[in-house]
Design a binder for this molecule. Structure first.
Ligand SMILES: NC(=O)c1ccc[n+]([C@@H]2O[C@H](COP(=O)([O-])OP(=O)(O)OC[C@H]3O[C@@H](n4cnc5c(N)ncnc54)[C@H](OP(=O)(O)O)[C@@H]3O)[C@@H](O)[C@H]2O)c1
Length: 382
């Protein structure tokens, strides 16, 4: 090939640059229109009687932007149930919504400039107060739990066919509210993405947090040999949940150890992928659940590692997978059944009243919760 054929002519280069310029201008324009439309789309906050208290955020920011306000009590449509919320649990996803990070979340329907849905909270437990005319699965008085946006409120309307199930009578509202995101993530991460088997060596990184405390116990219920990684103050807690071995991350780096694992569930995202590769067996699986704290999420946040893993995958024998929990009725019930049978218990670190929701989020944001942080509504509910 001659030199003249490999070089781009100045005219062609100019043409290319012009089109890249047009593309960028077009993209910025589309995003600007979308941002404008999204700002205008923020769901209206209705006021009036009868009213209820709810945690509201109309702009992205720190927990300081949350207000607990009186808003109109919702009325269920034909397919919904009205739930009087007794307890709600706090999850890292709540501060992701609050901050609007990683920014890609905003473009994926959360709201580019402002949150489209100004109500916070995603996990709850309570009592059905009213039902829509098409609802057959529930009746007033049923105790239920599950996932629904707007959970940090005295009342929530949820579709009866979505992520709401009956609460076992043996569980308190606080215990049941702890289950949805953390419990189902642990179950699906281990069982579906991690394909856990009895007798396997399983390591849970971040064993003392919301997902980790469920994961240690669920992995034990599958008959695995479980190693939990946590800080010194949580070693006894993780042992008490059934972990066969514990590693204190303040003293020891598990990726430098001699043990090899069939499955790693990573709730922290603090280790390089090469570290996981090092301690996984040749056909081992690493399930990347999450990572990163408030303020360090950037454009794609926890999705950066799975993307790197995707690039790495053709060159390694182990499997590095990401998962997103899906709050199905079946899996909510599966975790509740494990709790009823005594194989799994909810670890509740702290409870806060709804009026202190900002404080609860500030605590969770520090990244050192021991199990779940729960919001109680009972004393404030009319
Ligand atoms: N993919 C999904 O569908 C999904 C679903 C739920 C959650 N997530 C993500 O998963 C992550 C964990 O959620 P979570 O609810 O368990 O959070 P969490 O309750 O806030 O967990 C925090 C825990 O992480 C531990 N930790 C902090 N630094 C550590 C380190 N270097 N090594 C080991 N443990 C460490 C802390 O233990 P110490 O106090 O001992 O440090 C604490 O117990 C979050 O990033 C969340 O966004 C993803």
């Amino acid at each position: 090939m001659t030199q003249s054929t490999t070089k781009t002519s100045p005219r062609r280069r100019k043409f290319k640059i012009r089109w890249i310029f047009y593309f960028i201008i077009g993209l910025v324009g589309v995003l600007a229109i979308y941002a404008w439309a999204t700002g205008a789309r923020q769901e209206a906050i209705e006021t009036g009687e009868p009213h209820m208290k709810a945690a509201i955020y109309t702009n992205y920011g720190s927990p300081d932007v949350i207000e607990v306000r009186d808003i109109k009590k919702p009325v269920p449509n034909d397919d919904q149930i009205l739930i009087k919320v007794h307890a709600a649990s706090v999850n890292p996803l709540d501060w992701h919504y609050l901050e609007g990070t990683p920014y890609v979340m905003r473009a994926m329907g959360v709201g580019l400039r402002k949150p489209e849905q100004p109500r916070l909270g995603i996990n709850l437990a309570g009592v059905v107060e009213a039902i829509g005319k098409n609802v057959t699965q529930f009746k007033p008085g049923d105790e239920v739990f599950g996932g629904k946006q707007g959970a940090f409120a005295e009342y929530v309307c949820a579709r009866a066919d979505r992520a709401i199930v009956l609460k076992p009578a043996s569980l308190t509202f606080e215990q049941a509210a702890s289950i949805p995101t953390a419990g189902v993530t642990a179950l699906q991460g281990l069982r579906d993405t991690g394909r856990i088997q009895a007798g396997q060596k399983v390591l849970i990184n971040g064993a003392s947090g919301g997902v980790g405390t469920f994961a240690v116990q669920i992995a034990k219920s599958f008959g695995a040999d479980v190693t939990g990684v946590c800080s010194t103050k949580n070693l006894d807690l993780v042992r008490s949940l059934g972990a066969d071995h514990v590693i204190d991350y303040t003293k020891e780096d598990f990726t430098k150890g001699s043990e090899r694992y069939d499955l790693i569930l990573d709730n922290v995202g603090n280790q390089p992928l090469s570290g996981f590769k090092q301690v996984l067996k040749p056909k081992g699986i690493c399930v990347m659940i999450g990572g990163g704290g408030p303020g360090d999420n950037g454009l794609i946040g926890p999705m950066a590692r799975p993307l790197k893993a995707l690039l790495l995958s053709p060159f390694i024998s182990q499997k590095m997978s990401m998962m997103m929990a899906d709050l199905t009725k079946n899996d909510l019930t599966t975790v509740a059944d494990l709790m009823q049978s005594g194989k799994v218990k909810a670890v509740i670190d702290r409870t806060y009243p709804l009026s202190q929701i900002a404080e609860a989020l500030r605590y969770l944001e520090k990244g050192h919760a021991r199990g779940k942080v729960v919001i109680t509504m009972a004393t404030e509910t009319k």
